[in-house]
Design a protein around this ligand. Structure first.
Ligand code: NAD
Length: 330
């Protein structure tokens, strides 16, 4: 297949080229995101586009792709909230994704954010580099013995539950589809309200959809325990960021670790260090000492990148060969 790879970073090129040695597709890498403006850069006779989390493919854009002969959209990620799948289905454009790459990559990043917050690692590191060896203000909290509430126990939530049980945490969870592996670990399934009341730490692992958009809002934040720590490695819009900032300012939320941000599309995955930040909400968030933001890097491990690239191209090989593809959304 001739595949236009949008939002392609140098590391995407490296891993996709490596995976393509076995698949033999023709890859055209484009650093820009896919949108109405960049549609013009679609190479002639492209059979498929390969896109990432911040390429928003609405119905008009998918229609324009179909009119240019594109018959498949390959998401090189698990979440698919950014693609209008019913619109693609109606146009006969197949949509494939990578549902199951190393869930440990994201689970371990959630843990890294949590541990860094509980033990003030960024401040401690900055201090020591500055020759300041004082411990004042660095009093930590132990993870052992804490109650952690997982919102969503799919692949990533289950991987994190496994780690947290090993760390001596009590794990409670809410999920419309409880998972036997979690029950086997001793995870207690409760309602969202009960989870919010019980958890010292709330970690989000649900997809973004109409039910979960702003699931963490002023009301649900108020229902959480005073001093709660919030971790979000799912999708930015699961959290109402303004409400979170208010709760952090009041001290009701003691700390937040965020790998995703609802306004991340114009910011993340590029070096903007020389540009004046225009997003006031993000600027406020960044200015809080008890917040750690990483720029959607939870998936970004060598193991996960190799798997994502291999599965993405294998999905398209199956579509090309007319074979059934278990990773197809339509
Ligand atoms: P998954 O599909 O295996 O699990 C999602 C779980 O959420 C399911 O068990 C589902 O039943 C549950 N769920 C759905 N609605 C819910 C609700 N309202 N409340 C509670 N639970 C609900 O997905 P996964 O592989 O575990 O990934 C979870 C999410 O993590 C993805 O949808 C994606 O948005 C995000 N993600 C982020 C990164 C990153 O780099 N930060 C990487 C991969 C995935």
């Amino acid at each position: 297949m001739r595949i236009a790879v949008y939002s392609a970073q140098p590391y995407d090129e490296q891993f996709l080229d490596e995976a393509n040695a076995e698949q033999g597709h023709r890859l055209h890498f484009l650093a820009c995101p896919l949108n109405r403006d960049t549609l013009a850069m679609l190479p002639a006779k492209a059979d498929a586009v390969c896109v990432f989390v911040n390429d928003h493919l609405d119905a008009p854009l998918i229609k324009a792709l179909a009119e240019r002969g594109v018959r498949a959209i390959a998401l090189r990620c698990a979440g698919y909230d950014n693609v209008d799948v019913p619109a693609a289905n109606a146009l006969g454009v197949r949509v494939v994704r990578v549902p199951a790459y190393s869930p440990e990559s994201v689970a371990e990043h959630a843990l890294a954010l949590l541990m860094a917050l509980l033990r003030h690692i960024p401040r401690a590191h900055a201090r020591v580099r500055d020759g300041n060896f004082s411990l004042q203000g660095l009093l930590g909290e132990e993870l052992h013995g804490k109650t952690v509430g997982l919102v969503g126990t799919g692949r990533i939530g289950t991987a994190l539950a496994r780690i947290l049980v090993g760390c001596g945490c009590k794990v409670v969870a809410t999920d419309p589809e409880p998972v036997a592996a979690c029950i086997g670990l001793g995870v207690q399934y409760v309602s969202l309200n009960a989870l919010l009341r019980a958890a010292d730490i709330v970690s989000l692992h649900c997809p973004l959809n109409a039910n979960t958009r702003h699931l963490v809002n002023a009301q649900t934040l108020a229902a959480m325990r005073p001093g709660v720590v919030v971790i979000n490695t799912s999708r930015g819009a699961v959290v109402d960021t303004v409400a979170l900032i208010e709760a952090l300012k009041r001290g009701h939320v003691s700390a937040a670790g965020l790998d995703v941000y609802e306004g991340e599309a114009p910011l993340f995955f590029a070096d903007r260090s020389g540009v004046v930040l225009q997003d006031e909400v993000f600027a406020r968030l960044q200015g809080l000492p008890n917040v750690i933001v990483t720029a959607h890097q939870a998936f970004f491990t060598r193991q996960a990148m190799a798997e994502i690239s291999q599965v993405t191209l294998a999905n398209l090989t199956r579509i090309e060969g007319g074979e059934p593809c278990q990773n197809a959304l339509c």
